[in-house]
Structure formats: C-alpha cells, structure tokens
Design a binder for this molecule. Sequence first.
Ligand code: PLP
Length: 497
Amino acid sequence: METLATPLLEEATGGRDVFLDLDLRRGQLRRNLRGAIREAIQDGRLATGTRLPSSRRLATDLRVSRGVVADTYDQLTAEGYLETQPRQAPLVAGVGAAPPLPEEPARPTWAIDFIATTPDVELFPRRAWIRATERALLKAPNDALDYGDHRGRIELRRALSGYLGRVRGVRIDPERMAITQGFTQGLDLVSRVLLARGAATIAFESPSQATGWGTPGAVGLRVEGVPVDADGVRTDLLDTVTAPAIVVTPAHQFPTGAVMAPERRAELVAWANRANRLIIEDDYDAEYRYDRNGIGAIQGLDPCRVIHIGTASKTLAPGIRLGWMSLPDEMVDEIRAAKGAQDSGSPALEQLALAELISSGDYDRHVARARHVYRQRRDALIAALAEHLPGLEPHGAAAGLHVLLRLPENVDDVAIQAAAAERGIGVNPLSPMCRSGPVERGLVVGYSRLTVERIDEAVAALAECLADVGAASAPPQRRSPRRASAASPSLVQASSS
Ligand SMILES: Cc1ncc(COP(=O)(O)O)c(C=O)c1O
C-alpha cells in the first residue's frame, strides 16, 4: 500500500496536497483509485468546483495507463461525484459533505458498578443458547425466514404463554401475545396506540425509572406521576389521574422495591374498570425472589384491563432485545399494526432460540442458577451495608437485583452520584426518579454485577462518598479494608433530627 500526494491534484487544488490512499497492486488500482477520489470528495478534501487533472496527466503521474484513469472518471461521473464536459478535465460536483460526527461519549465502565438496571451478563447461558439456536435453526420451517406475523413467532408465543401461566400466573392465549424488542418497545407500541386513540398523557409511578418516561415522551405523550409508598402505588390518588393508562411495577416497585399490597392490587384493578383505564404491568425482574414465594402478576386478576409486559433483559441479557406483551383482546390488532409499521416483526431466529430455551427447560435452569448467585450477592450486600452504613436501612431486598437506601431530605443524592463517579463508582440517585409529590433522596444500589468477594470493598468505597458529601465525620474503623470505610450514621441521625 502506498499513500500518494499527487502533484497533479496538488496543482488542481491550488497548491494544497490532497492525499489519496492508493494500493498500486495490479488488479486493485481501478477500484482503489475510484474509492480514493470518491472518499476525498465525500469528506471535503476535494471541494466542489475543484478541477481534477486531465486523465492523461493523472495517468502519467501515477504511472498507470490512461484507460484506468478515464474509466475511473467515467464511473465517478455516472455516480454523480464528477461533472465532465467534452475535452475538459472533470470538475468535482456539489456533493453534500457529511459533517464529522461528534465523538460518542463512551459508556462509562465502572470500577465498582452499582447501576441497578443491568444484570450480570457474565451469567448469560452461552452453551445453552448455542444449543437452542442450533435446534431452532435446524427445525425452523422456511416460512420462519420470510416476513411473518407481526405479533412474532407462534412457537415463542406458545412457549411464553405456558411459562408465564406457570411462573407468573398470567392468563394468556398465544393469539393475544406480541413479541417485542424488550419492555421499551412494548411501552412504545402501547404509547402509539394510546396516542392514536386520542390520549395526551400516560401515568407512571413516582418514583420510577426516569429513562422509561422518555419512551412515551418521544411519541408525544406527557407523563403524569402517581406517588408510591411502602405498599406500592397510592391507589387513593388514582381518581386524580387523567391518563388512560398507568405503568406500574407491582411485583417489585422500581426503584423503592415495594411489593404492591393485595388490597392495592384489587383497588388498582377496580379503578381501571370503574374509570375505563388500562394498567401496564412492567414485570421486569419478577423471577428474582429470595425470601418468599413469588407474587403473581396483576394481569391474572383481570386480563381485560392489564397489559402485561415481560423482558429477557434481566433474566438473560439486555442485548438480546426480546420482550413480550400479553394483551387485552381489544388491543391486539392495534399493537400488531403498530409493530408491523415499526419493524415488520422481531428477528425470527432469536425468537425461535428463546422458544427452544424455554421448552427444553434450560431457561428455568438458568434462572434458578442466576437466582442462587444473586441471592448470595444480595446477602453479602446486606452484611456489608450493616457494617459500613449501619444507619441506612436497605429497602426492597426480598426480590430483584437492587436495594434502595433512603437518605434524609437535605442530603444531595445527585452530589453523591458525582462524588462516586469520580472514584469510578456507578450508582443512581433517587431524586431524579421522582415525578410528583415530594422529592425523595436516596441511592438505588444494584448488586447484580458485584461478586461476593468484592462487595465489602465496594460498599466501603460507597460509604466514603457518602461521608464526603454528607460532611459526616467518619466513625472509627472497625477493620482495615483497602480503602477507608466511612459509614454515615451520624449523617442520618444529624439530618433527620
Ligand atoms: C423498571 C424497568 N423496566 C423494564 C426494564 C427493561 O427494559 P428492556 O426490556 O427494554 O431492556 C428495565 C431495565 O433496566 C427496568 O429497570
């Protein structure tokens, strides 16, 4: 490979060098010369109106045959990059040069990762997925490779309807299910349907995952917040809701960890029927229960009022981008049409692989194994919190992949996030997740990516950040970890008094 700054181009461009990356090997030259000139035009090195050297001149300069250059010019003229007049050297045509893209901010990789929304992707069952993919591909009928039903492959809808009935108490016929790209796309599709039906708003629990508000927001719906307490969403406030639908996380409220109390579940469903509203049940981490039996999905109470949405993002990996919706009858056609309009259906082979994973029992085995790992991490986290942050009670530890540490009102949880980020610690504050009612302070502490061996050190480091920001003096250390432990009972007591 040889990089040339051709004198002829230099002359043509008013004395400025224009570099062309040219591979002068035989057989490569034509294609390479064309690509190099095209690239120089696209990125603006050869400006619009620049006259290129004649084909004879450039050929002499490059020591190639004139035919090579003439063909190149012809081809670039046909593509619209050059303008040619008889007996004149070509001019660079007006091609819109794409402005250079701003550099993508890299996704932070935390030395200590307490981000609550992600599972441990290292646990992904690669071998089982390979087996499932192979079986899926061998069995797949030809029509699986064609455009298909926008609700998704029937094999997966069948497997999921059985699984969801068995594990989540969801009552659903595969005909009323739709496969999506995760919860996010399910929410997007429902938002579009609601908008088309005339909705202006959608309700969420407050606090809730703030990134989730962006999905209906992008479609044009405003977001209303309904406060949550220790028993889940405040059903006594539902009559003030104007939105036709509310998104709830009954099994393990995100981020407070509250489990919706039985009477609240009943009141929520009663309100939906009385006021003709829909409930969107985000069942994002229901498989992870540690200290008690699973709580069934609300959908089981009223399949006509509840849209149940599940996802593989917590049980398998977010990158899989598979989710599923169990729909009330009256929504099926609209969701199917919205999904078709958006992407003509989710990738078939991944759907078939997941169907195989479920029907072979490998999905259940993987979830059981992951639950065991996460339970150990959860136990280690609770112990480390008791040691390093004894004044803070972890909420919502019975399920899921995170706990909530509430902080006094006058503690700046966003400042703690910033202090933590400086030390390479990723953790999310509670206050930006509040949509209505009082702004609560706290930290949402995910433990899925922290191994048992690392959790003590990680919590000690987090405690240091709290001490930094809360201006609490560190209590005497009871042991000598690698980084100083700075628990903050004084912070909590001083601030809450
Ligand atoms: C509350 C909540 N719902 C749903 C999801 C899953 O979203 P998706 O299935 O689009 O990855 C997450 C993941 O972070 C979440 O935290």
